[in-house]
Design a protein around this ligand. Structure first.
Ligand SMILES: Cc1cc2nc3c(=O)[nH]c(=O)nc-3n(C[C@H](O)[C@H](O)[C@H](O)COP(=O)(O)OP(=O)(O)OC[C@H]3O[C@@H](n4cnc5c(N)ncnc54)[C@H](O)[C@@H]3O)c2cc1C
Length: 398
């Protein structure tokens, strides 16, 4: 394969779900001469898109005034994801979800997310503890719940494989096992230095799309050194249990979640503050929201997680992993019958959390407008991938 002197109209850095969805969307709308550069030797490879929970989120967690892109793209992405999975017969299920409150403080927080859900146009309902227990008979003692029917699950590999296949059919070239080492940006031209199995090569392009996930901060800086994005990697570890091994727990297959909470972005301490205060700190980028450990259907298994570890390296999947006991404690009210010995390690993934901002960054580069930067594409970017791709296409056409 000779990369030298090859010129592309668009080079997409990163073949995760975002890079593949953009390649699919652009190529099916007539964009020609697109290359996707991926450092892993396969798609799917080891990245966020292959180690996530496979939850199709509904969009109730993102206040429009604080996280406008997540609010808009998650709700649209949810709809597009179901349509895509249905059209191509990919494994998926609209299971619905229960978010469970245990006391009046949690009910106040539940109300906060109920309001966001309504503002974002998500179908959502407050229900009694009794009704929640009818839907999932094994939940613990709760005071009330939110029912979110549009939450669901989809299998990870079939989705990305289909996007890649469709993009390839439409002419996109995928260069795997190829790492972008440097990018020299000029006004309307980019020269990209690549590390390949057969040495250092280079490639020219009229435009670049940065979809490099955990490395999006580094790619952004290669293009324009004045970019100061910083990805603060957070490891999320998932355990799983086999429902056939615990027939006494009658799990009906809904996602079971606790009330989300926030931690201070600097110290990582939990921020136990009134909702109004949380809103202010979220807007200032001082706290980060987390959905907590949940119980979720995942193919033939049920996953329990993710528990988070902060201050890890971008590829640190293994050091100081948590114990099953840590999970059982967190999900006692969601599934009290579950025991530590039921849990087996599933996998760990590293989340590309952006320091100082909780929304996605999707924009033309300030200095090199032929580059589109996608930074901080953490959850719910997997759910949102098809909507993100449409958004990028519209940005290009503007
Ligand atoms: C544990 C966990 C659970 C999650 N659960 C959910 C969930 O249930 N629902 C949901 O919607 N989201 C979830 N997410 C978030 C979701 O997985 C991510 O937001 C999404 O996968 C991001 O996709 P991406 O393509 O931007 O990044 P990635 O999947 O990380 O892909 C980026 C790609 O860029 C490549 N790359 C990087 N640098 C270079 C370079 N220099 N040269 C060439 N290639 C490069 C990488 O190899 C990688 O393949 C979860 C994430 C984690 C970690």
């Amino acid at each position: 394969m000779n990369y030298l002197n090859q010129k592309y109209s668009t080079v997409i850095v990163g073949g995760g779900i975002i890079g593949c969805a953009i390649a699919y969307e652009l190529s099916r709308h007539g964009h020609k001469n697109i290359a996707v550069i991926e450092k892993n030797s396969t798609i799917p490879g080891l990245n966020q898109s292959s180690t996530n929970g496979g939850v199709i989120h509904s969009g109730i967690y993102y206040p429009k005034d604080i996280e406008p892109l997540k609010a808009k793209l998650c709700v649209l992405g949810n709809k597009l994801m179901y349509e895509f999975c249905k059209k191509y017969e990919l494994p998926h299920k609209r299971t619905g979800k229960l978010i469970l409150a245990r006391n009046s403080q949690e009910e106040e927080n539940l109300d906060f997310f109920f309001q966001i859900g309504i503002e974002n146009g998500v179908e959502i309902k407050k229900i009694s503890a009794k009704l929640a227990a009818r839907m999932e008979p094994n939940i613990g003692t709760v005071t009330s719940a939110l029912l979110v029917p549009s939450t669901g699950s989809a299998a990870l590999s079939p989705l990305i494989e289909k996007l890649k296949e469709l993009a390839k059919t439409d002419g996109v070239k995928f260069f795997l096992g190829t790492r972008v080492n440097a990018i020299h940006a000029e006004k309307t031209k980019f020269i990209i230095t690549l590390h390949t199995n057969s040495g250092i090569k280079s490639m020219k392009s009229d435009s670049v799309i940065n979809a490099a996930g955990l490395y999006s901060d580094e790619i952004a800086k290669m293009i324009n050194p004045s970019n100061n994005y910083q990805i603060d990697p957070v490891r999320g570890e998932l355990y799983k249990y086999n429902p056939t091994s615990r027939k006494d727990i009658s799990f009906k297959g809904m996602h079971l979640y606790s009330i989300p909470f926030c931690y201070y972005s600097g110290t990582k301490q939990i921020a136990e503050l009134p909702v109004a205060e949380i809103r202010k700190l979220l807007r200032a980028g001082k706290v980060t929201k987390t959905l907590g450990v949940h119980v979720s259907p995942f193919g033939n298994f049920v996953t329990v997680g993710p528990l988070k570890t902060f201050n890890v390296g971008k590829e640190d999947y293994m050091t100081n992993l948590k114990n099953p006991e840590d999970y059982i404690q967190k999900v006692h009210h969601l599934m009290p019958g579950l025991r530590a010995e039921d849990l087996k390690p599933h996998y760990a993934g590293i989340m590309a959390v952006l320091k100082g901002s909780t929304d996605f960054i999707i924009k033309r580069d300030d200095v090199f407008p032929n580059c589109i930067q996608l930074v901080g594409m953490d959850s719910p970017a997997w759910t949102s991938c098809l909507a993100v791709a449409k958004y990028v296409k519209e940005l290009i056409h503007k």
